[in-house]
Design a protein around this ligand. Structure first.
Ligand SMILES: C[S@@+](CC[C@H](N)C(=O)[O-])C[C@H]1O[C@@H](n2cnc3c(N)ncnc32)[C@H](O)[C@@H]1O
Length: 499
């Protein structure tokens, strides 16, 4: 449970607008580890009931304390938690603990886990540090999320009488419990559960990093739920160290909404403030007036209410754009899982949206994923068009990622890896059909080798026990095969003389 500190090159500062944030006090090189930290606590995602011992889905309760959720395979959980809770639950003191209420509103257990940090003298300091985290209590007061927590967690917890028996009893009023709920909503990281679904983890130090949509640091979580923060580019002395709280493949409106609704701030980073999103055009529409006149015009958001063509100055209201996007999203939804339909839609949408628009990128990602499955599961060798299409999609994604994730990027590494696999297969196929010479094949395979190497370079800083870390092993094995092919092409076997 020990919380590890940031390296000496980082320090925690405070400002009016950001609260606490992390800054570099010396130059940092791309790839340098800035923090490796164990979680303070892991909790299920909202609506899930997970085993408090192993985090698989829970089907029963601990036979001793009666309220800790467990899976069918786990019989025990933390000795301290179990003893504290069973003492409380089995005590004859009045008013009686409403165990059934706690079970019915099982999210109450998440807050109990936080309160148990205080009960345990060994973790009490961590609990107090947790309380210093930002909860945006005032911005959340009486909002839908506040009311939800009140209904499903806080009131049942208070009515169950359990908090009255804890050492924290006098502090455990609605406001205090809302503060803890807010801390989790604002500061927790989404992590992968054993079944690959999501759960949440809280880290005392990693929670202090500010957000930027083009961050200079990446986060990675290993199989023991430790978080690693590393620089994704060189960071100058006195720069703010930032990570991204959002998905980089979302458009500005969606990123800003996510940050406003979940993290309670308005992002003013370089990407959000630029209507072209640093020329990536991930939210740009095509001006059909200009297109009719065979001109190129891009419709960009120039203020919260207006979108304007960069060429003919034609304006649209934000509601009009929202209606267009709503319809497009519906069409995409109906085309799900049908690769031909998605390809058709893509052709249709490119007259309406920029080729890098986030909806187009999403459709392309869907197609690329389906192609991966088709290529992998084909009994016969898949047709070359499939490989060509896959390569093109990966190339386009890599070009886009150079703009929106310019430094060390996991997504770029994966796209390069998939591009290298498909390219090597395609060139081998073309060689097999006598379409390219041995020398050309060798040149192409060398290009694939360069892609694999670049992919590996981008994944070097990922902890080995993550899917991306494991990918490095696959790349090494692919590289070995590739090099052996290149070598054979260098020294072809002598022609077999049949006579
Ligand atoms: C995970 S916490 C970061 C630590 C927090 N500043 C503190 O003092 O505990 C997230 C909160 O930090 C602030 N924050 C982070 N990045 C920000 C940014 N780019 N602009 C404004 N506020 C930001 C917001 O208040 C946000 O809800």
């Amino acid at each position: 449970m020990m919380a590890d500190q940031f390296v000496d090159k980082c320090t925690v500062c405070k400002s009016e607008s950001l609260g606490r944030y992390v800054k570099s006090v010396a130059a940092i090189e791309a790839g340098e580890t800035l923090l490796l930290e164990k979680p303070l606590l892991i909790l299920p995602a909202s609506g899930d009931k997970r085993c408090t011992n192993c985090f698989r889905f829970a089907q029963q309760y601990c036979g001793k304390c009666l309220i800790s959720p467990l899976c069918l395979e786990c019989e025990r959980h933390s000795d301290f938690d179990c003893k504290t809770l069973s003492d409380v639950v089995s005590s004859k003191q009045q008013p009686e603990i409403q165990v059934e209420l706690l079970k019915k509103y099982f999210a109450t257990y998440n807050i109990l886990k936080c309160l148990l940090l205080y009960e345990n003298p060994e973790t009490r300091d961590y609990f107090e540090k947790m309380l210093q985290m930002e909860s945006h209590l005032d911005k959340r007061r009486n909002t839908a999320v506040w009311k939800d927590h009140n209904r499903a967690v806080i009131q049942p917890l208070i009515k169950s009488n359990i908090v009255k028996r804890l050492q924290l009893a006098t502090r455990c009023n609605e406001e205090f419990l809302q503060h803890i709920c807010g801390i989790w909503d604002v500061n927790s990281y989404e992590i992968r559960a054993p079944d690959s679904e999501g759960m949440r983890a809280l880290y005392l130090n990693a929670s202090m990093l500010a957000h930027n949509c083009i961050p200079n640091a990446n986060q990675a979580i290993d199989d023991q739920y430790r978080i690693k923060i590393y620089a994704n580019r060189d960071i100058d002395k006195d720069e703010m160290v930032t990570i991204s709280y959002t998905n980089v493949l979302m458009g500005t409106d969606d990123r800003r909404n996510f940050l406003r609704e979940g993290k309670y701030f308005h992002c003013v980073c370089a990407r959000c403030e630029d209507p072209t999103e640093l020329e990536s055009h991930m939210s740009t529409l095509i001006c059909n007036k200009c297109a009719t006149n065979k001109q190129e015009g891009y419709i960009l958001k120039i203020d919260p209410k207006t979108w304007k063509c960069s060429n003919c100055q034609h304006c649209l209201k934000t509601e009009q754009i929202e209606n267009i996007l709503e319809k497009v999203k519906e069409e995409v939804f109906h085309a799900q899982d049908d690769i031909r339909h998605l390809e058709y839609l893509l052709t249709k949408l490119t007259t309406l949206l920029h080729k890098n628009h986030y909806i187009i990128v999403d459709v392309k990602q869907n197609i690329a994923n389906m192609l991966r499955t088709i290529i992998r599961n084909s009994l016969q060798r898949p047709g070359r068009q499939l490989y060509e299409r896959k390569i093109r999609l990966c190339q386009e994604l890599v070009v886009l990622l150079h703009i929106i994730q310019p430094g060390i990027s996991r997504l770029k590494a994966i796209a390069l890896y998939e591009m290298a696999i498909a390219s090597a297969e395609l060139y081998r196929l073309r060689f097999g059909e006598d379409e390219i010479s041995a020398q050309e094949l060798q040149e192409y395979l060398r290009k694939c080798e360069a892609m694999y190497r670049e992919s590996m370079r981008l994944l070097l800083y990922e902890p080995p026990e993550t899917p991306e870390g494991q990918l490095v092993k696959s790349i090494i094995s692919e590289l070995r095969d590739l090099r052996s092919d290149i070598q054979i092409l260098d020294n072809p076997l002598p022609e077999h003389d049949d006579e």
